[in-house]
Design a protein around this ligand. Structure first.
Ligand SMILES: N[C@@H](CCC[C@H](N)C(=O)O)C(=O)O
Length: 287
């Protein structure tokens, strides 16, 4: 049981916001109920998710990566569930490590449940993450919200996404109160759903309903999934042309720039901001 005061920080990446809990030795008990309490916007600190900052060597799920990546992003969704990867989260995670003096500007590797991610912290504060390759299972899916349905592209960025191109982002309705529907046989563990419109050549805008969090103001893995789905729809495949493709993705909370390289590697660039730090009352962490 956690009895002494525990430090936290609050940060966001394009307004996808996180409670950051530094715990290098993995000494804290953080069950789903405690995570949900911390992420509660009224009775807790508030966040779309939680970044538990642990040394890889101290976490059973990350030990094997400790030789290549000193730090493990133990990411949790706001409802306490576990996700493989969080694109905005990994930038904020790296931003925290730099601010705490645990890493320096430049290149670092971060261990995640989705594997090791290479991160570059640049002088201006923007952070670029190599997000890995997108998997595009052939099976098309349908998503529905508020009585409307759209065909969607199934994209896996380490975590599952369904990307639907719509005529108007307002058609996605009140996503926070009316969760969209997607087929459980395709997504047995749930799915993140993106609604997308065109803004111009290689420029789209999206809204997202995240698994475990509801509608959020941004999703990094979602923006990567959208950029790849938009490129394929536009007949663009860097593996075929041998030329990188860059898409600008506008989200309610800001803009992310996504580049897909000919070898399939996807790079995402965006900001990471720390807005506060403080101390958690241990009662919030009671099991
Ligand atoms: N906001 C994240 C994605 C977080 C995980 C997602 N909700 C899931 O359950 O897969 C991002 O920036 O990628």
């Amino acid at each position: 049981m956690n009895t002494s005061p525990i430090a936290f920080l609050k940060g966001h990446g394009t307004e996808n916001d996180f409670v950051i809990v530094p715990d290098p030795d993995n000494a804290l008990d953080l069950p789903a109920s405690a995570v949900a309490r911390l992420c509660d916007r009224r009775a807790g600190i508030g966040g779309d998710g939680l970044l538990h900052v642990v040394r890889s060597a101290a976490h059973p799920e990350a030990k094997a990566m400790a030789g290549e990546a000193e730090w493990f992003m133990d990411y949790r969704n706001g409802d306490g569930s576990i996700a493989e990867m969080c694109g905005n989260g990994v930038r904020v995670f790296a931003g925290y490590l730099e601010r705490a003096g645990l890493v320096e500007e430049g290149d670092l590797a971060v261990a995640t449940r989705g594997g090791i991610k290479k991160v570059h912290i640049s002088k201006g504060g923007e952070i670029t993450v190599s997000m890995g390759r997108a998997l595009l299972p052939e099976a098309g899916v349908t998503v529905s919200v508020d009585g409307r349905s759209w065909p969607a592209r199934n994209v896996n960025m380490g975590n599952p996404h369904a990307v639907a191109f719509v005529a108007d982002l307002e058609h996605a309705g009140e996503l926070r109160s009316v969760p969209p529907f997607s087929p459980a046989e395709v997504y047995p563990d749930g799915v993140n759903i993106e609604f997308v419109v065109d803004r111009g050549p290689a420029h789209v805008a999206m809204r997202v309903h995240e698994r475990g969090a509801g509608e959020t103001r941004s999703c990094g893995t979602g923006a990567c999934a959208v950029a790849v789905a938009a490129a394929r729809r536009d007949g663009v495949d860097p593996a075929v042309t041998g030329t990188p493709a860059t898409y600008t993705v506008d989200l309610p909370g800001g803009t992310l720039v996504i580049t897909e390289h000919p070898d399939g590697e996807i790079e995402m660039t965006g900001p990471a901001v720390i807005v506060a730090e403080g101390v958690i009352d241990p009662s919030l962490l009671a099991v």
